[in-house]
Design a protein around this ligand. Structure first.
Ligand code: ZN
Length: 74
Protein backbone atom coordinates (compact mmCIF):
# COMPACT_ATOMS: atom_id res chain seq x y z
CA UNK A 1 0.00 0.00 0.00
CA UNK A 2 1.16 3.52 -0.77
CA UNK A 3 1.49 6.12 2.01
CA UNK A 4 -1.28 8.17 0.42
CA UNK A 5 -3.67 5.26 0.85
CA UNK A 6 -2.85 5.07 4.54
CA UNK A 7 -3.42 8.81 4.93
CA UNK A 8 -6.78 8.69 3.18
CA UNK A 9 -7.70 5.61 5.18
CA UNK A 10 -6.75 7.45 8.37
CA UNK A 11 -8.70 10.52 7.31
CA UNK A 12 -11.69 8.38 6.42
CA UNK A 13 -11.54 6.69 9.81
CA UNK A 14 -11.28 10.04 11.54
CA UNK A 15 -14.28 11.36 9.62
CA UNK A 16 -16.25 8.25 10.41
CA UNK A 17 -15.39 8.59 14.10
CA UNK A 18 -16.36 12.28 14.20
CA UNK A 19 -19.51 11.58 12.21
CA UNK A 20 -20.40 8.71 14.50
CA UNK A 21 -19.91 10.85 17.59
CA UNK A 22 -21.99 13.65 16.08
CA UNK A 23 -24.73 11.16 15.22
CA UNK A 24 -24.60 9.70 18.72
CA UNK A 25 -24.85 13.18 20.20
CA UNK A 26 -27.80 14.02 17.94
CA UNK A 27 -29.44 10.73 18.84
CA UNK A 28 -29.08 11.41 22.56
CA UNK A 29 -30.42 14.94 22.24
CA UNK A 30 -33.40 13.69 20.24
CA UNK A 31 -34.05 10.96 22.77
CA UNK A 32 -34.16 13.51 25.58
CA UNK A 33 -36.37 15.85 23.57
CA UNK A 34 -38.77 13.13 22.50
CA UNK A 35 -39.22 11.93 26.09
CA UNK A 36 -40.08 14.95 28.19
CA UNK A 37 -41.18 14.66 31.81
CA UNK A 38 -44.73 13.48 31.41
CA UNK A 39 -47.43 15.18 33.35
CA UNK A 40 -49.35 13.00 35.68
CA UNK A 41 -52.73 11.98 34.39
CA UNK A 42 -55.67 12.19 36.72
CA UNK A 43 -59.21 11.00 36.30
CA UNK A 44 -61.84 12.56 38.44
CA UNK A 45 -63.81 10.06 40.51
CA UNK A 46 -66.80 12.41 40.54
CA UNK A 47 -67.21 13.71 37.00
CA UNK A 48 -64.82 11.31 35.16
CA UNK A 49 -62.90 14.25 33.72
CA UNK A 50 -59.36 13.33 32.62
CA UNK A 51 -56.78 16.03 33.20
CA UNK A 52 -53.05 16.39 33.80
CA UNK A 53 -50.98 18.00 36.51
CA UNK A 54 -47.32 18.33 37.44
CA UNK A 55 -45.43 15.01 37.76
CA UNK A 56 -44.44 15.71 41.37
CA UNK A 57 -47.89 16.15 42.84
CA UNK A 58 -49.49 13.33 44.81
CA UNK A 59 -53.03 14.63 44.63
CA UNK A 60 -54.64 17.02 42.25
CA UNK A 61 -57.85 18.96 42.28
CA UNK A 62 -60.27 18.46 39.43
CA UNK A 63 -60.64 21.58 37.28
CA UNK A 64 -64.26 20.66 36.57
CA UNK A 65 -65.74 20.04 40.01
CA UNK A 66 -62.94 20.63 42.52
CA UNK A 67 -62.74 17.09 43.91
CA UNK A 68 -59.24 15.99 44.98
CA UNK A 69 -58.13 12.88 43.07
CA UNK A 70 -55.38 10.29 43.16
CA UNK A 71 -53.09 9.86 40.13
CA UNK A 72 -54.59 7.75 37.39
CA UNK A 73 -52.34 4.97 36.15
CA UNK A 74 -52.82 3.37 32.77
ZN1 ZN B 1 -64.37 16.34 38.61
Amino acid sequence: MQPESWISLFLFGLLAAVGGLAWLHEYRVRKIQSAPAHDRVFRCRECQAVYTDDPGVERSRCPQCGVTNQPFDF
